[in-house]
Design a protein around this ligand. Structure first.
Ligand code: ZN
Ligand code: ZN
Ligand code: ZN
Length: 165
């Protein structure tokens, strides 16, 4: 059995996750010729507060709590930029956002969602997704967005341990 994703490891070095994600975002934006403005960066940091998806309202609250004087539409536009650039993903099932640590990588969303603690881990695309897309293509369907969400229990919750994120 492989190691559980960092998202599900209690007490992992989350500062490292945030650090890596911000670096990946900076590199990605440079490659794409887009700008990670200070506000976009703050919104991205807010999303990366934890591995639990955050709704747009919660993101606004987090920024306001940090003393940001920005109106929600500005934050929504920043979120839209981050989503369109693959820096965050919107989890359709819960209308909330999760940070992506591999922006620009060829991957379609595969998520493990713990229904007890709410933590979400994104997995890289696998062969099965490519086969699925090929099958859709064979049926003359142009699949642009493919997501698979597995809802269940992370190892810590299954073991009945600390259920806090
Ligand atoms: Zn982390
Ligand atoms: Zn991703
Ligand atoms: Zn859990």
């Amino acid at each position: 059995m492989r190691q559980a994703p960092a998202a599900f490891q209690r007490g992992h070095d989350h500062d490292q996750c945030v650090h890596d994600a911000l670096n990946a975002a900076i590199v990605h934006c440079r490659q794409e010729g887009t700008r990670l403005t200070p506000l976009r960066r703050k919104v991205l940091q807010a999303v990366w507060r934890s591995h639990v998806p955050l709704g747009a309202y919660e993101i606004c609250d987090a920024l306001v709590a940090h003393g940001e004087r920005v109106l929600p539409p500005t934050i929504y536009r920043a979120l839209e930029f981050l989503e369109n650039n693959g820096l965050v993903h919107r989890m359709a099932s819960r209308n909330a956002f999760i940070g992506c640590n591999q922006p620009g990588a060829h991957h379609h969303g595969r998520y493990l969602i713990c229904s007890a603690c709410g933590l979400v881990a994104e997995l890289p695309a696998g062969d099965n997704m490519d086969r699925f897309i090929a099958e859709a293509h064979a049926l003359n369907f142009e699949a642009r967005s493919v997501r698979v969400e597995a809802v269940g229990l992370c190892a810590a919750c299954a073991a009945g341990g600390d259920s806090g994120p």
